[in-house]
Write a protein of this length. Structure first.
Length: 140
């Protein structure tokens, strides 16, 4: 946050329900407290917007609010249907020329969902990196 939010107009939107019982994420009951502590200790805590909710509920609201982002990192559930929903809404929220970073692209369910998206939207992206992570740039 200290490095990425130094520009006066920069901000970050975080979406995470912080559910330790979710078997697809390695969270503990202290993860949320640690997150808040790290944000508070940063130089720009006022530039962080946190939605403690499932992304499938928040991303459509951000779209309705006409929010746009130049960088989106997808690192949530590994359930195919949830990855696909996150990917489609992220595409709709991404500025032309913006970057989407996929963590765990090497995981079978994540790769299956993202590849399904790319089958339909291949002409809208340039692949900048493909490996265990995938980085796409939306074509202007």
């Amino acid at each position: 946050i200290d490095n990425y939010l130094s520009h006066p107009e920069s901000s970050i939107t975080c979406i995470d329900p912080f559910l330790p019982e979710d078997a697809t994420t390695p969270l503990t009951c202290d993860t949320y407290k640690t997150f808040l502590s790290n944000i508070s200790a940063s130089q720009h805590p006022n530039k962080v917007s946190l939605h403690r909710e499932l992304s499938e509920n928040i991303l459509p609201l951000l779209k309705i609010q006409n929010k746009k982002y130049n960088y989106i990192s997808i690192d949530g559930s590994h359930l195919k249907e949830k990855v696909l929903i996150d990917t489609i809404f992220s595409f709709l929220l991404l500025e032309d020329g913006g970057i989407i970073f996929f963590d765990d692209y090497g995981a079978e369910n994540v790769k299956t969902a993202v590849d399904s998206f790319l089958t339909c939207y291949r002409d809208f992206f340039t692949v900048l990196h493909s490996g265990y992570h995938l980085v796409l740039q939306k074509i202007k």
